[in-house]
Design a protein around this ligand. Structure first.
Ligand SMILES: [Zn+2]
Length: 228
C-alpha cells in the first residue's frame, strides 16, 4: 500500500511537470507575439494605403489643373505677354508640385509593398509556429492521458488493497503513517538497516525479526519493519 501511495504521489508530480508544458507555454507566447506584430503591421499598412489614396487624388487634381491651364494658354485668349509669362510660370510651378507628389506616391507604394511582403513572411512563420504547437500539444495530451490512466489504475489497486485489509488494521496503518513527515510508517529491514531512518537497528530487533514476529518496530524511528 505504501509503495502504491509513493507511486501515486510520484505520478501526480509527473502529471504537474510534463516537460512539454513549458515549451508549449513559450510557443503560445511566441504565437501571440507574432499575431500582435501582424495586427500592428496591417494597421500601419491600412494607414499608408489611406495616405496613398489621398496623394493620388491630389495628383489627379493637379493634373487637371495643368491640363486646363495649358488649354487656356494655347487657346489664344491670352494676348498680353506678361499674362502669358505668368500663365506659363504658373503651369511650371504646378508641374513641379505634381512631380513631388508623384515621388511621394512612389515612396508610399514601395513602403506598402515591403510591408505586405513582411506580413506574408510573418504569416508563414506564424503558421509554422502553430503547426509546431499542435504537434507538441498532441505529445503533451498523450503523455497526460497515459499518466492519468496509470494514476487511475493505481487508485483502483489501492482501493482493492484497502478492501482486503481489515478496518482495524487499516486504521492502525494510517495512524502509524501519520506519525512521520514522509507519511511512511513502514520500512524495510535490509542487512540490519532500517530503510526509513537508515540506522542500524539493535541486535535484539534483528533476532526478533528472524523469529518471524510481525510486530517489529525500528528502535530508532519507530517504523514497522518488514524483512526483505
Ligand atoms: Zn528506522
Amino acid at each position: 500500500m505504501q509503495n502504491l501511495e509513493e507511486k501515486k504521489l510520484n505520478m501526480e508530480k509527473q502529471l504537474k511537470a510534463i516537460p512539454e508544458a513549458k515549451e508549449l507555454k513559450r510557443l503560445k507566447e511566441d504565437i501571440e507575439g507574432r499575431q500582435d506584430e501582424i495586427r500592428n503591421l496591417k494597421d500601419e499598412l491600412s494607414r499608408l494605403k489611406k495616405t496613398l489614396k489621398e496623394e493620388e487624388d491630389g495628383l489627379s487634381m493637379l493634373t487637371d489643373k495643368i491640363q486646363k491651364a495649358g488649354l487656356e494658354l494655347y487657346s489664344g485668349e491670352i494676348t498680353n505677354v506678361k499674362e502669358l509669362e505668368a500663365a506659363e510660370k504658373n503651369i511650371n510651378v504646378t508641374r513641379e508640385k505634381a512631380a513631388r507628389v508623384e515621388e511621394k506616391i512612389l515612396e508610399l507604394m514601395d513602403k506598402i509593398e515591403n510591408g505586405e511582403e513582411r506580413v506574408r513572411g510573418l504569416l508563414k512563420r506564424l503558421e509554422e509556429a502553430k503547426t509546431q504547437f499542435r504537434r507538441l500539444k498532441e505529445v503533451y495530451d498523450n503523455k497526460k492521458a497515459s499518466l492519468a490512466q496509470a494514476l487511475n489504475e493505481i487508485a483502483e489497486q489501492l482501493d482493492d488493497l484497502e478492501r482486503k485489509v481489515s478496518p482495524e488494521h487499516l486504521a492502525m496503518y494510517l495512524e502509524l503513517c501519520r506519525k512521520f513527515d514522509d507519511s511512511k510508517g513502514v520500512a524495510l529491514l535490509q542487512k540490519g538497516v532500517c530503510s526509513g531512518c537508515h540506522m542500524t537497528v539493535s541486535f535484539d530487533l534483528i533476532k526478533l525479526s528472524r523469529s518471524g514476529s510481525r510486530d517489529v518496530f525500528c528502535d530508532n524511528c519507530g517504523r514497522l519493519l518488514v524483512v526483505e
